[in-house]
Design a protein around this ligand. Structure first.
Ligand code: ATP
Ligand SMILES: Cc1cn([C@H]2C[C@H](O)[C@@H](COP(=O)(O)O)O2)c(=O)[nH]c1=O
Length: 215
């Protein structure tokens, strides 16, 4: 498929993005498509090193400007070295978090100026936008409880509940602003329930996309 497809997964911490990306990978393989699964912050050796700095609780507090620039640096490297080359080869890129995370967490969560956050994103990515974004929504208490059952929380997950609530409200606002690109998925229920909802969005979307390309 010329030009590839760029699909991102978004949502509050513990929404189930990493779980659902595996179902999506399997689905696209089943369609005979080459798939790259990646994540932000991360996806290249440098960006994974920045991820470790960002998520390490020992570095609390990090200044808001320093934080957004670290996310942006990781993203610039990831886009240039991994995402753009894969898309140019016609692959399907499935990315766990992307620009909407920065608007939700640094914009709404940290209350940085939203327009400035958008400009930083635009500069870091050279304007690359996802073709489709799946926003998996769960109440923040549900997501955080899922994570706390399994492991110690990282620096962002350890933020106060009100921070996570602002992030979730921010995501829902982004969905209202861009309902064509961003599709809202109810993340409650079993992983299989959530996958059925995602498949119900992705299958017709892919069909329309392929039809559009083939004329
Ligand atoms: N639908 C679900 N119901 C219950 N538990 C789930 C569900 N989906 C995922 N989980 C579990 O919740 C935890 C978090 O899931 P997962 O890592 O997929 O979420 P995430 O959105 O990627 O989290 P993070 O915000 O840390 O990236 C994992 O232990 C996972 O097994
Ligand atoms: C890309 C991006 C991420 N974050 C936050 C969101 C999460 O709390 C962590 C990433 O950890 P995960 O286990 O992969 O979800 O980082 C952010 O604040 N801003 C961003 O741009």
């Amino acid at each position: 498929m010329p030009g590839g497809l760029f699909i991102t997964l978004e949502g509050p911490d513990g929404a189930g993005k990493t779980t659902q990306i595996k179902y999506l990978e399997h689905f696209f393989h089943g369609q005979g498509m080459a798939v790259v699964c990646t994540r932000e912050p991360g996806g290249t050796p440098l960006a994974e090193a920045i991820r470790r700095l960002l998520l390490e609780p020992a570095y609390t507090p990090i200044d808001g400007r320093a934080e957004i620039l670290l996310y942006a640096a990781a993203r610039a490297q990831h886009v240039a070295m991994r995402i753009r080359p894969a898309l140019a080869s016609g692959e399907v890129v499935l990315c766990d978090r992307f620009i909407d995370s920065t608007v939700a967490y640094q914009g709404y969560g940290r209350r940085l100026d939203i327009e400035m956050v958008r400009r930083v994103n635009e500069w870091a990515t050279g304007g690359l936008l996802p073709d489709l974004t799946l926003l998996i929504d769960v109440p923040v208490e549900v997501g955080l409880a899922r994570l706390r059952q399994k492991r110690d929380v990282d620096r962002l997950e350890g933020e106060e509940l009100e921070f996570h609530r602002r992030v979730r409200r921010g995501y829902l606002e982004l969905w209202r602003l861009e309902p064509e690109r961003i599709r809202l998925i109810d993340g409650r229920g079993t992983p299989e329930d959530v996958w059925r909802r995602i498949k119900g969005v992705v299958e017709p979307w892919l069909e329309a996309r392929v039809k559009g390309r083939d004329g």
